[in-house]
Design a protein around this ligand. Structure first.
Ligand code: FNR
Length: 371
């Protein structure tokens, strides 16, 4: 049957993948309350479309950290993509490049920074997990820089791994024929089988729980690449991130895989945007599955969004063609949303184009429409 939207890939991936792999990709932490909210909160935002505007030409292009891309839809880092498809990260890199957008490569990729760079030209960011052994980190960042990656997305929400119960039940571990390629030569590329989630044990053994704001500064002493702080959910941390020299912020709850009962990212976005005061761009990931979701995030002040699960699910279903199709469907839906709400360029998308169910109108302002 023809695929007509991004979410349809999940069911196909479920059929195709071993249960351990599908569950790792799909699941969230604990009660998965935040996992549900990441999607649900988008449905609590309605449009206030403007009419009779000439929308015969729509421009979706934008600039991220100085790099021009074809649309504000980018690829979030998701680990271990060769579990989904033999071409894994290569396929994702090629699909992103063909779509004229940015791919973020995970530290825990099953392809190395050099291998991904060798797939051809493309604007790529590198997601960094900070290991206890800082030599490992410094070496990896230098390799990413040399391989032409343009920014570091520093993940800050993972001092320990969230409690993902499916992974515990399945005794999740990286299949033996794969390695975390970036760490292969460092003897950190394998994941042992454990009495719970093998990944949780790996994180407990290798990832630095002491990570703090001073390390964001340290990172700037070992690289000239701009640093995006990935995993901010509050105004307080937004201000600290900017003080620490972040070039941008990614509002993220790690696809609801870390702390459960944090708000949906789309609900946290505006607080962060206000605190950033336009000093650095703010991006969002979490639950984006429709062009309308992209529009809503931009209306709330995001400079762009990233998608996670749609990439691994489409990769599992159709490889590179699947990821291309996901990016194409989101592009077309977003373009249509812009046209139907009367916006011809990203700068024409404003806060007045949407209304959120959760906002309480200040006294004397216009009443909320009946929903
Ligand atoms: C992730 N995410 C993630 N984040 C990160 O910083 N490093 C990583 O290696 C991974 N790996 C990873 C694997 C899988 C299977 C998922 C689903 C997620 C989080 C990811 O970058 C992003 O924040 C979310 O995936 C966004 O939410 P959606 O689009 O999946 O709802």
């Amino acid at each position: 049957m023809e695929i007509t939207n991004v979410t349809e890939y999940e069911a196909i991936a479920k059929q195709k993948l071993p249960k351990m792999v599908f569950d790792y990709y799909a699941s969230g932490a604990e009660d998965q309350w935040t996992l549900y909210q990441n999607r649900h909160a988008f449905s609590q935002i309605l449009f206030r479309p403007r009419i009779l505007i000439d929308v015969s030409k729509i421009d979706m292009t934008t600039t991220v950290l100085g790099f021009k891309i074809s649309m504000p839809i980018m690829i979030a880092p998701t680990a271990m993509q060769k579990m989904a498809h033999p071409e894994g990260e290569y396929a994702t890199a090629r699909a992103a490049s063909a779509a004229g957008t940015i791919m973020t490569l995970s530290s825990w990729a099953t392809s190395s920074v050099e291998e991904v760079a060798s797939t051809g030209p493309g604007i790529r960011f590198f997601q960094l997990y900070v290991y206890k052994d800082r030599h490992v980190v410094a070496q990896l960042v230098r390799r990413a820089e040399r391989a032409g990656f343009k920014a570091i997305a520093l993940t800050v929400d993972t001092p320990r791994l969230g409690r993902r119960e499916a992974d515990i039940k399945n005794r999740f571990t990286l299949p033996p024929f794969l390695t975390l390629k970036n760490f292969e030569g460092l003897d950190l590329g394998k994941m042992d089988k454990a009495d719970d989630s093998g990944l949780a044990s790996y994180v407990a053994g290798q990832i630095d729980r002491t990570l703090s704001w001073k390390d964001v500064k340290w990172l700037q002493t070992i690289t000239n690449l701009p640093i995006l702080v990935k995993g901010v959910l509050t105004a307080e941390d937004t201000r600290l991130a900017i003080q620490a020299g972040a070039a941008g912020i990614i509002v993220s709850n790690h696809g609801a895989r870390q702390l459960d009962y944090v708000p949906a990212t789309i609900m946290a976005l505006e607080e962060v945007v206000k605190a950033a005061q336009g000093r650095v761009p703010v991006f969002l990931d979490g639950g984006v599955r429709r062009g309308t979701d992209v529009f809503k995030a931009l209306a709330l002040g995001a400079s762009g969004i990233f998608i996670g699960r749609p990439v691994v699910f489409s990769l599992a279903a159709e490889g590179e063609a699947g990821v291309r199709k996901v990016l194409q469907m989101l592009r077309e839906e977003f373009e249509l949303t812009m046209a139907l709400s009367g916006c011809r360029s990203l700068k024409e998308i404003t806060r007045d184009h949407i209304v959120t169910e959760w906002e309480v109108p200040p006294p004397g302002s216009r009443p909320l429409p009946r929903l």
